[in-house]
Ligand binder design. Structure first.
Ligand SMILES: C[S@@+](CC[C@H](N)C(=O)[O-])C[C@H]1O[C@@H](n2cnc3c(N)ncnc32)[C@H](O)[C@@H]1O
Length: 280
């Protein structure tokens, strides 16, 4: 166990790895603003001000955040219950909420092993709430940037067996990698490291008109001028290019609100695409 990899069996946290001294309260941060839109309390005045301004420009943003979390729950449950997945690598974890990945997975399979990764210091300060694994399973937390795939894979290998299938989860995070080639390369490196029978789980904001994203560029521009990290929307076609060598599970790339939704159609769409794909 090392400083970059906190496990549910590790009880020691040292100041230089708690993240508290890295937290900036003068600029809005995505993890904290996302927490505000989800109704959480782990945010600062600067986050709330930006969050409220975005709500004025894009009133549906709270629904996007809730639909994304609900998608996470359905996708994890589907993979664990129906596809036998027991290992999950959740990159861009966000602050703990009511139903975190390990809770959804271990409710179905108590022996599931989960590795969380985020680069925001406030998520690190709350990591203990993510490290409440069932005794049969494991959760660990890695404080790392998604771009540092080598380090993530090295640290994750302390918890996950890369000879067995892994669900690689990138929910609401590739939108913070503005360069599409770089985002594609991150996905490729991660999926190259996992065996056949592994899965990629994605959500991503879009400006695609058919799911209601056409008017959201001004809100994204406002975000980029006032908050961090900078965000970009992507089209269905761009997301498809991240999954070229993978097999998309039905219903394909959909508004995440509709993906395997148990609600009776027509479920209102949100401009956040969701997809799950299998490595053949
Ligand atoms: C929109 S939130 C999504 C949280 C969660 N995955 C969900 O779907 O509810 C994005 C998360 O990604 C994290 N993040 C953004 N850029 C990152 C990067 N380059 N490396 C690691 N984490 C990043 C943020 O700190 C934040 O916690």
């Amino acid at each position: 166990m090392n400083a970059e990899n906190l496990g549910n069996t590790a009880s020691t946290q040292h100041n230089d790895i708690t993240g508290a001294d890295r937290i900036r309260t003068d600029v809005a941060h995505n993890a904290r603003v996302w927490n505000y839109w989800l109704g959480g309390k782990d945010n600062y005045p600067v986050d709330r001000a930006v969050a409220e301004q975005v709500v004025e420009m894009f009133p549906g943003i709270g629904e996007v955040a809730r639909a994304d979390r609900a998608f996470l729950g359905r996708a994890v449950a589907h993979l664990v219950e129906d596809k036998g997945i027991r290992q999950l690598l959740d990159i861009g974890t966000g602050l703990p909420t009511g139903a975190n990945t390990h809770e959804v997975a271990q409710r179905i399979a108590p022996d599931a092993r989960i590795v969380y990764v985020d680069n925001d210091p406030i998520v690190l300060t709350h990591a203990s709430a993510l490290l409440t694994s069932s005794p049969e399973g494991t959760t660990t937390y890695i404080d790392a940037d998604a771009r540092d795939t080598e380090r993530i894979l090295r640290a994750a290998a302390e918890t996950l067996d890369f000879e067995r299938p892994v669900a690689v989860m990138l929910l609401g995070i590739l939108n913070f990698i503005p360069d599409t080639a770089e985002a594609r390369s991150i996905v490729r490196t991660l999926m190259d490291a996992v065996p056949s029978g592994s899965y990629l789980v994605l959500t991503h904001p879009t400006l695609d008109a058919d799911v209601g994203g056409a008017d959201n560029q001004p809100a994204m521009d406002f975000w980029n001028a006032n908050a961090t990290p900078p965000i970009t929307g992507r089209t269905r076609a761009e997301l498809l290019s991240f999954m070229e060598d993978l097999e998309l599970l039905p219903p394909g790339i959909e508004s995440c609100a509709r993906w395997r939704s148990p609600e009776a159609p027509p479920v209102p769409q949100v401009p956040q695409l969701g997809a799950v794909a299998r490595k053949p």
